[in-house]
Design a protein around this ligand. Structure first.
Ligand SMILES: Cc1ncc(C[n+]2csc(CCOP(=O)(O)OP(=O)(O)O)c2C)c(N)n1
Ligand SMILES: [Mg+2]
Length: 431
């Protein structure tokens, strides 16, 4: 006991020093008031004399912010972001080009040309609406289903393809699974697919940006499934207590592989968690590209101006299978998927909007479909023709100087290939 007391004595002042500054500045009068008020550090509250548990649904039924209805009509003119025609066309071109790239690469995996793929079907609005609301210097941390963000930033088709093929043009030198894109020039941090890896990293980056006083924000994308990881919770809390300019962008697409949201959590989705951490939060219609744009733009403006985190929960639907390793017909109905594909799709909603405006018609659609398919096919064929990266890249870049045991492995491979090289497609590798 004495040892414990001694330990507490030693530790307490250090712990207090680490607490929020506000605690230290409370005046003496607050403690000498005759009124009985809770003085506990860490809570702002009143006393009550009735026993009542807080209902978890106190924060429930968080509304879904939208700007457009399913027919592409603006619901409230004051919410119309009034994006110029040229930029709206860029939204549409990006969303549809992404969709076409997905179709070709998905098929390519099915034919055994690449090892794996993940489509973005149905989530195009969350990517493009949020990407358009950021500036190019804002730092992006993605999960793996955000290719549209990178595409909106101008990442070319041949580099998407190079990564999926792991060919010599791939900046990752063919060392990663497909869809693990990264681009330093475009401030897009390379994907790490162990779930939630990027969330604490994004907060750390936002803290660094805050210390530099840079006019930048960090945006961190993740799925509602990844939000169940411990790292997500640690990241939320750090971002709030360290007051970091970060936007947590949750794509709530209804599933984490085969786990539906009804089995993922018991509260009101992800937005409901924000207030618990002291984070400003909003739920938006992720299939409404303008709603996503408005929410991200305002979150960005305030995150930078006020140095604080924001949480956006974009409600959407994963129309494709989780990945090429999944068959979603085992756990959801075709009718369910068809509803989102045919009746509430972000691409058709934006197309309706453009048609009302007189900015798009069936002929333009036909011409663009043909052209975008041609662009994707050309990049695809080029990627397939390219050689694989040099074999020596198997051993480089981990250590500044190659250690002995890696050197030994490299020599063993060279020896092996000298004898058995004819059994390998060595010509398909760069020399
Ligand atoms: C730590 C960890 N556990 C499990 C997995 C396997 N896994 C890959 S994706 C995924 C589901 C993630 O769902 P969600 O975050 O909702 O993203 P979505 O795929 O729906 O976009 C799981 C369980 C993983 N990659 N990492
Ligand atoms: Mg999900």
């Amino acid at each position: 006991m004495a040892a414990l007391r001694a330990l507490l004595k030693l530790r307490a002042p250090a712990a207090w020093r680490g607490m929020v500054g506000r605690q230290a500045t409370r005046s003496l009068s607050e403690f000498t008031s005759l009124e009985e008020k809770p003085q506990f550090p860490g809570a702002s509250a009143e006393f009550v004399d009735s026993l009542e548990f807080i209902q978890p649904n106190v924060i429930s039924g968080i509304p879904v912010y939208r700007v457009m209805d399913r027919q592409g009509q603006i619901l409230n003119a004051s919410e119309d972001p009034l994006i110029p025609q040229e930029q709206v066309l860029k939204f549409y071109h990006t969303m549809t080009l992404l969709n076409t790239m997905d179709r070709i690469l998905y098929e390519s995996q099915r034919q055994g040309r690449i090892s794996f793929y993940m489509t973005n079907y149905g989530e195009e609005g969350t990517h493009v609406g949020s990407a358009a609301a950021l500036t190019d210097t804002d730092l992006v941390f993605g999960q793996y289903r955000e290719a549209g963000v990178l595409m909106y930033r101008g990442y070319p088709l041949d580099l998407f393809m190079a990564q999926c093929y792991g060919n010599a043009l791939d900046p990752g030198k063919g060392r990663q699974m497909p869809v693990h894109y990264g681009c330093k020039d475009r401030n897009f941090v390379t994907i790490s697919s162990p779930l939630a890896t990027q969330i604490p990293q994004a907060v750390g980056a936002a803290y660094a940006i805050k210390r530099e006083n840079a006019d930048r924000v960090v945006i961190c994308y993740f799925g509602e499934g990844a939000a169940s990881e411990g790292d997500a919770h640690a990241a939320f809390n750090f971002s709030a207590t360290l007051e970091c300019p970060v936007i947590f962008f949750c794509r709530n697409n209804g599933y984490a592989i085969s786990t539906p949201t009804s089995e993922q959590y018991r509260g009101d989705g992800i937005a409901a968690r924000g207030p618990g951490y002291g984070i400003l939060s909003i739920r938006v219609d992720g299939n409404d590209v303008f709603a996503v744009y408005n929410a991200t733009k305002e979150a960005r403006r305030r995150a930078v101006a006020e140095n604080q985190p924001f949480l956006i929960e974009a409600m959407t639907y994963r129309i494709g299978h989780h990945s090429t390793s999944d068959d979603s017909s085992a756990y959801r109905s075709v009718d369910e998927v068809n509803y989102w594909d045919k009746q509430d799709h972000p691409i058709s909603r934006l197309r309706h909007y453009m048609m009302h405006k007189g900015w798009w018609d069936d002929e333009q659609e036909k011409v663009w479909r043909k052209k975008s398919r041609k662009l994707v096919m050309e990049a695809f064929e080029e990627a397939e023709r390219k050689r694989k990266p040099k074999l020596e890249y198997l051993f480089s870049d981990v250590y500044a100087e190659m250690p002995q045991h890696i050197k030994k492995q490299e020599e063993a491979l060279a020896k092996h290939l000298k004898v058995y090289g004819e059994h390998y497609p060595l010509d398909s590798y760069e020399k």
